[in-house]
Design a protein around this ligand. Structure first.
Ligand SMILES: [Zn+2]
Ligand SMILES: [Zn+2]
Length: 326
Protein backbone atom coordinates (compact mmCIF):
# COMPACT_ATOMS: atom_id res chain seq x y z
CA UNK A 1 0.00 0.00 0.00
CA UNK A 2 1.29 3.45 -0.94
CA UNK A 3 1.19 6.48 1.34
CA UNK A 4 -2.24 8.09 1.72
CA UNK A 5 -1.96 11.53 0.10
CA UNK A 6 -4.73 13.30 2.02
CA UNK A 7 -3.31 12.16 5.33
CA UNK A 8 0.19 13.29 4.39
CA UNK A 9 -1.09 16.76 3.48
CA UNK A 10 -2.91 17.08 6.79
CA UNK A 11 0.24 16.03 8.65
CA UNK A 12 2.30 18.61 6.74
CA UNK A 13 0.08 21.48 7.92
CA UNK A 14 0.19 20.03 11.44
CA UNK A 15 4.00 20.04 11.14
CA UNK A 16 4.02 23.71 10.12
CA UNK A 17 1.87 24.64 13.12
CA UNK A 18 4.21 22.70 15.38
CA UNK A 19 7.24 24.60 14.08
CA UNK A 20 5.53 27.90 15.01
CA UNK A 21 4.58 26.60 18.44
CA UNK A 22 8.08 25.36 19.19
CA UNK A 23 9.63 28.63 18.01
CA UNK A 24 7.48 30.36 20.63
CA UNK A 25 8.42 27.78 23.25
CA UNK A 26 12.15 28.32 22.69
CA UNK A 27 12.15 31.33 25.00
CA UNK A 28 10.42 29.40 27.79
CA UNK A 29 12.32 27.47 30.42
CA UNK A 30 12.32 23.69 30.15
CA UNK A 31 9.75 22.49 32.70
CA UNK A 32 10.71 20.05 35.43
CA UNK A 33 8.00 17.56 34.54
CA UNK A 34 8.01 18.02 30.77
CA UNK A 35 9.82 15.04 29.30
CA UNK A 36 11.28 13.96 32.63
CA UNK A 37 11.01 10.27 31.64
CA UNK A 38 12.57 10.81 28.24
CA UNK A 39 16.30 10.24 27.89
CA UNK A 40 17.06 12.14 24.69
CA UNK A 41 20.65 12.53 23.54
CA UNK A 42 22.91 12.03 20.54
CA UNK A 43 25.74 9.96 19.15
CA UNK A 44 28.88 11.77 20.32
CA UNK A 45 32.55 11.48 19.35
CA UNK A 46 35.38 9.93 21.39
CA UNK A 47 38.28 11.89 19.89
CA UNK A 48 40.79 12.81 22.59
CA UNK A 49 39.63 10.08 24.98
CA UNK A 50 36.51 8.02 25.53
CA UNK A 51 35.44 10.13 28.56
CA UNK A 52 35.13 13.14 26.23
CA UNK A 53 31.85 11.62 25.07
CA UNK A 54 30.35 12.45 28.47
CA UNK A 55 31.47 16.10 28.31
CA UNK A 56 30.11 16.54 24.77
CA UNK A 57 26.81 15.07 25.81
CA UNK A 58 26.52 17.39 28.82
CA UNK A 59 27.31 20.40 26.63
CA UNK A 60 24.51 19.61 24.19
CA UNK A 61 21.95 18.99 26.93
CA UNK A 62 21.63 15.22 26.40
CA UNK A 63 20.18 13.00 29.12
CA UNK A 64 21.62 9.93 27.39
CA UNK A 65 24.13 9.34 24.61
CA UNK A 66 25.68 6.91 22.15
CA UNK A 67 29.32 6.41 21.22
CA UNK A 68 31.66 4.10 19.34
CA UNK A 69 34.01 1.95 21.40
CA UNK A 70 37.04 2.41 19.18
CA UNK A 71 38.22 3.02 15.65
CA UNK A 72 35.79 2.16 12.85
CA UNK A 73 38.67 1.26 10.56
CA UNK A 74 40.46 -1.61 12.20
CA UNK A 75 39.51 -5.15 13.22
CA UNK A 76 42.23 -5.30 15.88
CA UNK A 77 42.41 -2.31 18.19
CA UNK A 78 44.67 -1.58 21.12
CA UNK A 79 43.08 -2.63 24.41
CA UNK A 80 40.99 -0.04 26.19
CA UNK A 81 43.14 1.80 28.71
CA UNK A 82 42.08 1.05 32.30
CA UNK A 83 42.63 4.67 33.37
CA UNK A 84 40.51 5.98 30.48
CA UNK A 85 37.74 3.55 31.41
CA UNK A 86 37.84 4.72 35.04
CA UNK A 87 37.72 8.35 33.94
CA UNK A 88 34.70 7.56 31.75
CA UNK A 89 32.88 5.97 34.68
CA UNK A 90 33.77 8.89 36.97
CA UNK A 91 32.44 11.39 34.44
CA UNK A 92 29.22 9.40 34.02
CA UNK A 93 28.49 9.35 37.73
CA UNK A 94 29.56 12.98 38.14
CA UNK A 95 27.04 14.09 35.52
CA UNK A 96 24.35 11.62 36.55
CA UNK A 97 24.32 9.36 33.49
CA UNK A 98 22.92 5.93 34.28
CA UNK A 99 24.43 3.10 32.17
CA UNK A 100 20.94 2.11 30.92
CA UNK A 101 20.76 5.47 29.13
CA UNK A 102 24.07 5.01 27.33
CA UNK A 103 24.04 3.03 24.10
CA UNK A 104 27.40 2.17 22.55
CA UNK A 105 27.19 1.48 18.80
CA UNK A 106 29.03 -1.45 17.28
CA UNK A 107 31.72 -1.25 14.62
CA UNK A 108 30.51 -0.96 11.05
CA UNK A 109 33.15 -3.49 9.99
CA UNK A 110 31.29 -6.32 11.70
CA UNK A 111 29.01 -8.68 9.80
CA UNK A 112 27.99 -11.47 12.16
CA UNK A 113 25.84 -12.94 9.38
CA UNK A 114 28.58 -13.05 6.77
CA UNK A 115 28.74 -16.09 4.48
CA UNK A 116 32.53 -15.55 4.25
CA UNK A 117 34.27 -17.61 6.93
CA UNK A 118 37.10 -15.15 7.55
CA UNK A 119 34.74 -12.17 7.94
CA UNK A 120 32.43 -14.18 10.20
CA UNK A 121 35.37 -15.24 12.43
CA UNK A 122 36.69 -11.68 12.68
CA UNK A 123 33.19 -10.32 13.38
CA UNK A 124 32.62 -12.88 16.11
CA UNK A 125 35.93 -11.94 17.75
CA UNK A 126 35.19 -8.21 17.45
CA UNK A 127 31.77 -8.72 19.06
CA UNK A 128 33.46 -10.36 22.07
CA UNK A 129 36.01 -7.53 22.22
CA UNK A 130 33.30 -4.85 22.11
CA UNK A 131 31.22 -6.50 24.84
CA UNK A 132 34.34 -6.72 27.02
CA UNK A 133 34.91 -3.00 26.47
CA UNK A 134 31.34 -2.32 27.59
CA UNK A 135 31.96 -4.24 30.82
CA UNK A 136 35.17 -2.30 31.45
CA UNK A 137 33.23 0.97 30.95
CA UNK A 138 30.45 -0.15 33.30
CA UNK A 139 27.92 -0.17 30.45
CA UNK A 140 24.96 -2.52 30.22
CA UNK A 141 23.77 -2.18 26.59
CA UNK A 142 25.50 -2.73 23.25
CA UNK A 143 23.80 -1.85 19.94
CA UNK A 144 24.83 -3.31 16.58
CA UNK A 145 23.58 -4.04 13.06
CA UNK A 146 22.55 -7.71 12.83
CA UNK A 147 24.32 -8.52 9.56
CA UNK A 148 24.02 -9.16 5.86
CA UNK A 149 23.70 -12.33 3.78
CA UNK A 150 25.48 -10.61 0.85
CA UNK A 151 22.88 -12.38 -1.26
CA UNK A 152 24.79 -15.67 -1.25
CA UNK A 153 23.05 -17.41 1.67
CA UNK A 154 19.38 -17.45 2.72
CA UNK A 155 17.98 -15.10 5.34
CA UNK A 156 17.48 -18.12 7.61
CA UNK A 157 21.14 -19.15 7.28
CA UNK A 158 22.16 -15.55 7.99
CA UNK A 159 19.89 -15.42 11.05
CA UNK A 160 21.50 -18.64 12.35
CA UNK A 161 24.99 -17.17 11.99
CA UNK A 162 24.01 -13.95 13.80
CA UNK A 163 22.40 -15.84 16.68
CA UNK A 164 25.45 -18.12 16.82
CA UNK A 165 27.80 -15.15 17.12
CA UNK A 166 25.64 -13.65 19.89
CA UNK A 167 25.51 -16.93 21.84
CA UNK A 168 29.28 -17.28 21.48
CA UNK A 169 29.85 -13.72 22.72
CA UNK A 170 27.48 -14.24 25.66
CA UNK A 171 29.54 -17.25 26.76
CA UNK A 172 32.76 -15.23 26.65
CA UNK A 173 31.53 -12.09 28.43
CA UNK A 174 29.36 -11.22 31.42
CA UNK A 175 26.02 -9.40 31.62
CA UNK A 176 25.98 -6.87 28.75
CA UNK A 177 22.75 -6.91 26.68
CA UNK A 178 23.24 -7.24 22.91
CA UNK A 179 20.79 -4.86 21.22
CA UNK A 180 19.90 -5.58 17.58
CA UNK A 181 19.10 -2.57 15.41
CA UNK A 182 16.30 -2.72 12.84
CA UNK A 183 17.54 -2.03 9.32
CA UNK A 184 16.19 -0.10 6.32
CA UNK A 185 16.05 -3.22 4.17
CA UNK A 186 18.85 -1.92 1.96
CA UNK A 187 20.65 -4.61 -0.09
CA UNK A 188 20.82 -7.98 1.62
CA UNK A 189 20.84 -6.76 5.22
CA UNK A 190 18.81 -8.77 7.74
CA UNK A 191 16.58 -7.03 10.27
CA UNK A 192 14.44 -4.74 8.12
CA UNK A 193 11.36 -6.63 9.21
CA UNK A 194 10.46 -6.98 12.89
CA UNK A 195 9.86 -10.69 12.21
CA UNK A 196 13.52 -11.10 11.22
CA UNK A 197 14.67 -9.54 14.50
CA UNK A 198 12.32 -11.89 16.32
CA UNK A 199 13.76 -14.94 14.56
CA UNK A 200 17.26 -13.94 15.74
CA UNK A 201 16.02 -13.32 19.30
CA UNK A 202 14.31 -16.73 19.34
CA UNK A 203 17.67 -18.42 18.76
CA UNK A 204 19.50 -16.55 21.53
CA UNK A 205 19.90 -18.80 24.57
CA UNK A 206 20.03 -16.09 27.23
CA UNK A 207 16.87 -14.08 26.57
CA UNK A 208 17.80 -11.59 29.31
CA UNK A 209 20.78 -10.48 27.21
CA UNK A 210 19.11 -9.63 23.92
CA UNK A 211 17.02 -6.64 22.85
CA UNK A 212 16.17 -4.25 20.04
CA UNK A 213 16.98 -0.64 19.18
CA UNK A 214 14.34 0.86 16.89
CA UNK A 215 15.78 3.28 14.36
CA UNK A 216 12.95 5.52 13.13
CA UNK A 217 14.60 6.30 9.77
CA UNK A 218 15.31 2.62 9.12
CA UNK A 219 11.74 1.64 10.10
CA UNK A 220 10.22 4.26 7.78
CA UNK A 221 12.52 3.26 4.92
CA UNK A 222 11.58 -0.38 5.53
CA UNK A 223 7.89 0.50 5.09
CA UNK A 224 6.58 1.18 8.62
CA UNK A 225 4.55 4.39 8.14
CA UNK A 226 5.47 6.55 11.12
CA UNK A 227 4.38 9.69 9.27
CA UNK A 228 0.73 8.66 9.10
CA UNK A 229 -1.77 9.75 11.75
CA UNK A 230 -1.32 7.29 14.62
CA UNK A 231 1.69 5.80 12.82
CA UNK A 232 3.92 5.71 15.91
CA UNK A 233 1.28 3.90 17.97
CA UNK A 234 0.63 1.46 15.13
CA UNK A 235 4.33 0.67 14.74
CA UNK A 236 4.80 0.06 18.46
CA UNK A 237 1.66 -2.12 18.55
CA UNK A 238 3.03 -4.16 15.68
CA UNK A 239 6.42 -4.38 17.36
CA UNK A 240 4.76 -5.59 20.53
CA UNK A 241 2.83 -8.27 18.66
CA UNK A 242 5.75 -9.50 16.56
CA UNK A 243 8.69 -9.09 18.96
CA UNK A 244 7.46 -7.94 22.39
CA UNK A 245 7.94 -4.51 23.98
CA UNK A 246 9.94 -6.08 26.79
CA UNK A 247 12.76 -6.41 24.22
CA UNK A 248 12.72 -2.72 23.28
CA UNK A 249 15.85 -1.23 24.85
CA UNK A 250 16.44 1.96 22.84
CA UNK A 251 15.37 4.17 19.93
CA UNK A 252 17.42 5.98 17.30
CA UNK A 253 15.68 9.27 16.51
CA UNK A 254 16.32 10.05 12.85
CA UNK A 255 14.17 11.67 10.21
CA UNK A 256 14.42 10.16 6.73
CA UNK A 257 15.67 11.70 3.48
CA UNK A 258 14.05 8.84 1.57
CA UNK A 259 10.36 8.10 1.16
CA UNK A 260 8.30 5.43 2.91
CA UNK A 261 9.49 1.98 1.90
CA UNK A 262 12.46 3.28 -0.14
CA UNK A 263 14.87 0.93 1.69
CA UNK A 264 17.50 3.69 1.75
CA UNK A 265 19.48 4.32 4.94
CA UNK A 266 19.60 8.12 4.63
CA UNK A 267 19.22 10.02 7.90
CA UNK A 268 17.80 13.56 8.00
CA UNK A 269 17.57 16.20 10.75
CA UNK A 270 14.46 16.02 12.98
CA UNK A 271 11.41 17.48 11.23
CA UNK A 272 13.32 18.10 7.98
CA UNK A 273 12.61 14.78 6.30
CA UNK A 274 9.70 12.61 5.21
CA UNK A 275 8.80 11.40 8.73
CA UNK A 276 8.10 14.94 9.97
CA UNK A 277 7.80 16.69 13.30
CA UNK A 278 4.33 15.38 14.25
CA UNK A 279 5.63 11.82 14.41
CA UNK A 280 8.52 12.91 16.66
CA UNK A 281 6.07 14.75 18.92
CA UNK A 282 4.15 11.46 19.22
CA UNK A 283 7.40 9.63 19.98
CA UNK A 284 8.52 11.97 22.78
CA UNK A 285 5.05 11.74 24.35
CA UNK A 286 4.80 7.95 24.06
CA UNK A 287 4.85 6.37 27.54
CA UNK A 288 6.09 3.06 26.10
CA UNK A 289 9.35 4.87 25.29
CA UNK A 290 9.94 6.10 28.84
CA UNK A 291 13.28 5.48 30.55
CA UNK A 292 15.18 4.18 27.53
CA UNK A 293 17.86 6.02 25.51
CA UNK A 294 16.43 8.03 22.57
CA UNK A 295 19.45 8.82 20.42
CA UNK A 296 19.93 11.26 17.54
CA UNK A 297 22.09 10.15 14.61
CA UNK A 298 21.10 12.98 12.29
CA UNK A 299 23.41 15.10 10.11
CA UNK A 300 23.13 18.03 12.58
CA UNK A 301 23.58 20.87 10.14
CA UNK A 302 25.02 24.25 11.29
CA UNK A 303 22.30 26.15 13.14
CA UNK A 304 20.41 22.93 13.78
CA UNK A 305 22.99 20.85 15.53
CA UNK A 306 22.35 18.19 18.18
CA UNK A 307 21.86 20.77 20.97
CA UNK A 308 19.09 22.49 18.97
CA UNK A 309 17.46 19.20 17.99
CA UNK A 310 17.50 17.93 21.60
CA UNK A 311 15.95 21.21 22.75
CA UNK A 312 13.30 21.01 20.03
CA UNK A 313 12.39 17.44 21.02
CA UNK A 314 12.07 18.36 24.72
CA UNK A 315 9.92 21.33 23.75
CA UNK A 316 7.49 18.89 22.09
CA UNK A 317 7.01 16.97 25.36
CA UNK A 318 3.64 17.76 26.89
CA UNK A 319 3.42 18.80 30.50
CA UNK A 320 1.79 15.81 32.20
CA UNK A 321 0.99 17.75 35.38
CA UNK A 322 -1.18 20.19 33.40
CA UNK A 323 -3.04 17.28 31.84
CA UNK A 324 -3.68 15.86 35.27
CA UNK A 325 -5.38 19.07 36.40
CA UNK A 326 -7.66 19.34 33.37
ZN1 LIG B 1 23.18 1.85 13.55
ZN1 LIG C 1 20.59 3.87 13.85
Amino acid sequence: MGPRKGVTRKRKSEDAALVEETEAAKTEEKGGIKGSNKYIGAHVGIQGGIWKAVESSVEMGGKGFALFLGSQRSWKRPALDQKAAEKFQEQCSLHGFDPVHILPHGSYLMNCGSPKDDVFEKSQALLVDELSRCSLLGLSLYNFHPGSSLGTITTEQCVNKIAGAINHAHQQTPAVVTVLENMSGQGSTVGGKFSELKSIIDKVRDQTRVGVCLDTCHAFAAGYDLAAEGGVTAMLDQFDQEVGLNFLKAVHLNDSKGKLGCNLDRHEDIGKGNIGLSAFRDIVNEPRLDNIPLILETPGRPGFEYAEQIKLLYSLCEDKSKHGQN
